[in-house]
Design a protein around this ligand. Structure first.
Ligand code: C2E
Ligand code: MG
Ligand code: MG
Length: 763
């Protein structure tokens, strides 16, 4: 049993001191009267006994009533015991007095006095001791049991009948007390539950994140939680005062928690009696805090008002919606924002007679800046570009960042395409001026594609057209601008078809490798054969790798394609004489894939080709990116035994530092060096590069030898070790190369002479 419940039960025992006192007085008086009437000594004994027992109980009752603190469980048990002892003694004395009186006297008046007083006291006890059934039952039996027995013992029919009636009365009184006990228990349990519920409700109310107040049907405040008063700087007295909504709102306005305009809205919503949500920003928009008010009418009248501080949420929402529409880095509008805006401007132009243009701006060499100086510098550069673009535009123009190094400008109210061209020119010039970023002087370029608006054109079409024009501008050599023309769409379309075809080509096995020999100039032997890609297109015929590789790179197909080429070339090399190696071209993207090393290892493993017979040709652009990483990969390949040649030297930066800084074994001088070789300057240059490379321990190859004169010129000073070109052989299919090599190998073995494979010997 809970402590509250047992305290309530003990309380009920001591609750009605009046009936106890009445019982004591009446029982003492009745005993006195019976003693007087009977004139017999023994009955007098009961008078002092009843007075003493009564006085002790009365004293206990008073002490209990005077107690201030709430009962502990132990104290409750002690009080119950005291009550029980007192009640039992008193009951026993009354019972004894009544039965003795009934047995000893024959006086009917005496009998009536004894029986009626005892009956009254039992009834009084039933109304008082119902809290503890065990006590009451014992008490009742002790008081009334002897009287029932004494009546029966008198033996006459009337007395026996009286005895039965009294026994029935005793039972009825016990039942009555049991009923009272049940009712009392129910009430106590319900009260306990209510108290617990009220406590929980109070805790919940004062710990909820929302402020809450509740108005009764008469418009007065019934509940206001702590959060509500705290949020609005109100005192908690309003509940005691039973304040009205208007009083509370006025107090809020006086405190400066809300503006009087908001106060009016809140009051009218409470009076309105409809469920509503209202957000106020108080005390003013600039330094405001946003409060969300929820008004909910109650069934029997009155209303509940919920209050929430939504300032942070609103700020976060505003930030998210800003992030969703603006580029975080440059704070320019983003793609989504731009598209919405442009659709709006196209639908409702400022001046219908005027033209507009969309300029797609793409930075040239931005990637190199990112790769060489790092992303933080790249970010600063993009911000600087955004600033320059902003400076150049008029208020009615609109610029956005489309991601990466792409920006888009919408130029409104222009008279002709020449105005757009003027802006494009200024953009290219201004963005190409030097930037100073973290003590680095950075130079980049910009290319611009322009699409002019025309009637009914959509934003998406404009963007697509400007993008096509940009593609053209880049193809035209970058650092320039280009207008969209209808033919561009066809070019783009044919590129799209090419991409589709390329995707299928690998699966359909339409690719083939041709091989072209590299000849050692001293020995005249074929040292290496370069694998060159060919695409046997069902409609276009043989497609050059120059058309395939850039597209495959853009599509990301180059990695799969490169893997196929590498494996195929390694397997083919296994069919050649042992002294001949294979050279495989790697595009930058393929070279920078994460698992390039394992790709090479795997190709060697499945073909069984010794690493020493594989040469990988990379171009300078492969060395430009991630210098340290590139260096590591090259070193690892070198450790594996694979040789690396630098292809097309002389077409790109031709940086001599690459030759020095990277572990390269071969330099292939591009055939463009041979142009005008008969004049002095290119020959001197070629020989200079060849000597330097040779001095650094690299072998030197010259590509594109077509004539005997060229061969003589480059081999004159002995620095060039190998040559490649149509003079020796054009690239030929694998079968042909196999025959050629095996034939020359056999001849060499039998005739012990060096064989130069020439175009004539192939023919
Ligand atoms: P490259 O690696 O410099 O290959 C040499 C190119 O010069 C070949 O063109 C070859 O046919 C051509 N050539 C060789 N000797 C002469 C000559 O005496 N005169 C003239 N005019 N040309 C000569 P091809 O096969 O059209 O390949 C062009 C480029 O495509 C290659 O230049 C290479 O960069 C790339 N490429 C070819 N195959 C692959 C490949 O499998 N993977 C990758 N990533 N690129 C490849
Ligand atoms: Mg090559
Ligand atoms: Mg080359």
């Amino acid at each position: 049993m809970s402590p509250i419940l047992s305290a309530a039960l003990i309380d009920s025992l001591f609750e009605a001191p009046g009936t106890v006192l009445t019982g004591i007085i009446f029982s003492a008086m009745a005993a006195t009267m019976t003693a007087l009437k009977m004139g017999q000594g023994p009955i007098w004994v009961f008078v002092p006994l009843l007075i003493v027992a009564g006085a002790v109980r009365a004293f206990d009752l008073r002490r209990y009533q005077a107690r201030k603190s709430t009962l502990t469980a132990e104290e409750a048990a002690q009080w119950q015991q005291r009550y029980q002892i007192g009640a039992m003694i008193q009951a026993a004395v009354i019972g004894l007095w009544c039965s003795v009186t009934l047995l000893v006297s024959d006086d009917a008046v005496v009998h009536m006095i004894a029986l009626s007083v005892t009956t009254g006291i039992v009834a009084g006890a039933a109304g008082r001791a119902y809290g503890r059934q065990s006590i009451f039952r014992l008490q009742a039996v002790l008081m009334f049991g002897p009287a029932v027995i004494a009546l029966a013992l008198r033996g006459t029919p009337y007395y026996i009948a009286m005895s039965v009636v009294c026994a029935a009365f005793l039972m009825a009184v016990m039942q009555l007390s049991a009923n009272l006990h049940r009712i009392f228990m129910r009430a106590v349990v319900a009260r306990e539950r209510e108290a617990a519920l009220a406590g929980q409700f109070d805790t919940a109310l004062n710990n909820m994140p929302h402020g809450l107040c509740m108005f009764r049907a008469d418009g007065r405040l019934a509940v206001m939680n702590h959060r509500f008063s705290e949020m609005l700087n109100l005192s908690d007295d309003f509940i005691q005062q039973g304040a009205r909504a208007a009083d509370i709102v006025n107090a809020c306005v006086v405190e400066g928690s809300i503006s009087s305009a908001s106060g009016n809205i809140i009051l009218s919503e409470i009076e309105n009696g409809e469920a509503r949500d209202v957000i106020t920003t108080d005390p003013d928009l600039a330094r405001g805090r946003s409060l969300s008010w929820t008004f909910q009418p109650m069934a029997g009248g009155g209303a509940v008002v919920l209050l929430e501080d939504v300032t942070e949420r609103r700020n976060a929402e505003a930030k998210i919606s800003h992030l969703a529409r603006y580029d975080e880095l440059t704070a320019l509008p983003n793609r989504v924002n731009f598209r919405d805006e442009i659709e709006r401007l196209l639908r409702f132009p400022h001046d219908a007679d005027q033209l507009s243009a969309l300029l797609f701006v793409d930075l040239d060499q931005f990637k190199q800046v990112n790769d060489t100086l790092g992303h933080p510098c790249g970010d600063q550069l993009l911000c600087a570009v955004a600033d320059r673009l902003r400076e150049m535009l008029r208020p009615e123009d609109f610029v956005a960042r489309f991601g990466g190094d792409e920006f888009v400008v919408f130029q409104q109210n222009i008279n002709s395409a020449e105005d757009a061209a003027g802006l494009a020119r200024r953009i290219v010039d201004h963005l190409s001026e030097r930037y100073k970023i973290d003590n680095h002087l950075v130079e980049i370029g910009a290319s611009v594609g322009i699409a002019m608006t025309s009637a009914g054109v959509s934003g998406d079409t404009l963007l697509k057209n400007a993008d096509m024009a940009l593609y053209r501008a880049k193809a035209d050599g970058r650092g320039t601008f280009c207008f969209f023309r209808e033919e561009l769409a066809q070019i783009v379309e044919s590129r799209r078809v090419l991409e589709l075809d390329l995707r299928k080509a690998l699966a359909n096995e339409e690719f083939e490798l041709f091989y072209q020999p590299l000849v050692n100039l001293k020995s005249g032997k074929v040292t290496t054969c370069e694998a060159l890609l060919r695409w046997n297109h069902p409609v276009r015929g043989t497609v050059s790798p120059i058309d395939i590789i850039p597209v495959a790179e853009d599509m990301g197909l180059i990695v799969d394609l490169g893997r196929w080429i590498l494996r195929k070339a390694c397997m083919e090399c296994m069919k050649w004489p042992e002294g001949v190696s294979v050279a495989v071209n790697f595009s930058p993207q393929q070279f920078h894939q994460r698992d390039v090393l394992s790709e090479v290892r795997y190709a060697l493993e499945i073909s069984g080709l010794p690493a020493q017979r594989l040469e990988i040709e990379i171009t300078e652009s492969s060395l430009l990116r991630n210098t340290q990483l590139t260096h590591d990969v090259l070193s690892q390949l070198r450790t594996l035994g694979v040789r690396i040649s630098l292809d097309d030297f002389g077409t790109g930066y031709s940086s001599l530092s690459y030759l020095h800084n990277f572990p390269l074994q071969k330099v292939k001088i591009d055939r463009s060096f041979l142009e005008g070789i008969d004049s002095d300057r290119p020959l001197t240059l070629l020989r200079g590069v060849a000597r330097l490379s040779a001095d650094l321990g690299m072998s030197v190859v010259v590509e594109g030898i077509e004539t005997n004169e060229q061969l003589e010129l480059i081999s004159a000073d002995g620095t060039v070790s190998e040559a490649q070109g149509y003079l020796f052989s054009r690239p030929v299919p694998a079968v042909r190369m196999r025959q050629l090599l095996n034939a020359s190998h056999g001849r060499r073995a039998s005739e012990d002479q060096l064989v130069v494979v020439t175009s004539r010997s192939i023919a």
